[in-house]
Write a protein that binds this ligand. Sequence first.
Ligand code: NAD
Length: 422
Amino acid sequence: MRVVIVGAGYVGLTLGVAAAKVGYEVLFVDINPEIVTSLNKRQATFYEKGLQEALDSLFTSGKDIAFSNLKDLFICHQPKQSVFVVSLGTPLGPDSKALLTPILKVTEEVVQWMQSNDLLILRSTVAVGTTRHLLNTVKGLQNISFCPERTIEGKALEELHTLPQVVSGSSPLARDLASDFFRKITPDVLQAESLETAELIKLASNTFRDLNFAYANLLALIANEHGVNVNELINLSNFRYERNIIALPGLVGGPCLEKDAYILAQSYPGSESRLILEARKLNENMVPRAIKFIETHSTKDSNLTVLVCGAAFKGRPVTSDTRGSFVFLIIDGLCASGFKKENIHVLDPVVNNLVPGITVLNHLDQLQGQYDFMIQLTNHELFESPPFNSFIDECVSHVVSFWPRKIGNNKSGKSLYLGGVN
Ligand SMILES: NC(=O)c1ccc[n+]([C@@H]2O[C@H](COP(=O)([O-])OP(=O)(O)OC[C@H]3O[C@@H](n4cnc5c(N)ncnc54)[C@H](O)[C@@H]3O)[C@@H](O)[C@H]2O)c1
């Protein structure tokens, strides 16, 4: 069986690699020519644990595995029974609703190449009802399945083979084809009754996390107000008390969490969905609080320096993905507060380029001199290492951290713990 992945980004490429690992013939289509070129050279286009090694070992060298469009792919390959996976990005439009047109156009294109027992799996995150809308609108489309992607970036290649996979289908045949496809990849395949159930499972899972983090962030604000250590509060509350699953506070971003609550809210017309939108806003508003603290503790000196720690949207599991990272808001906020771009340094072990004019450092030994401020955005393990802690103690005046830190020896002792106190 052949697997044709349309949209070879984080979701498409990792699923393609997982499918190749269990023996499927896998081909990729992507409109981005750089991605096509890189994949044909077996070069990973982003950092994901094990991805480069898998590309090196799973795909026969020399042969093209990626194409700019389906027509080019079928010039090189005879049709045979296939699963087509659509994994395009689904950014939000200006009205905060997921854009439908790109998915619709690609589905129309894929259908031109499908044979009667082929399956189209929609893997992108979509508003509830999208898959059925495609089924009802795209002429000739019969077997379509929505199968949510729920892996965590940084551990996706492992989780694709271990997490239960929910599948759904436009008909029993479509659902069975999807089940057969995933059963080779992961042991637990769960059949959802309807396309809508499967669509909602993705949105419900991520929005639940978003709400949980928002609650923890609210607790952090309340705890700070009362001089309480929020991490202690949450850890003791959760300890051997199974009814509690309170998350720890922190920045909540990334390409999924920054938008899935909006897509879920879009799926319900009533005003009750403001619960999830308020939680999202609370998570989004953690950054302005940090900037306000920095403004309060800044002198009029226009040469103040700042070290921002963490450019990827999260530190663990390690990823190079900066989509939905708060680093951009922090940089904008610092510039608006009068910091010069050349005085803003960003430290992240796996991210190389960020914003023109901003220096990105990958190693501790690239740090120079003193910094007036340090802002820790992620919990990458580097930021917990003894040499890093010594540097902060010796060379940084004010610390703003969204993660718990011990900074007892900090020179001035002025700090803001948005993610809890030591
Ligand atoms: N990143 C994640 O961990 C994750 C997890 C779950 C769900 N999702 C969802 O999966 C979808 C894909 O996410 P992603 O992170 O892989 O996005 P991505 O931007 O990394 O990948 C999408 C790819 O599709 C390509 N593309 C766009 N239009 C195309 C077209 N017409 N034909 C062929 N290729 C085209 C782009 O060039 C890009 O490489 C989104 O809906 C996202 O919300 C992502």
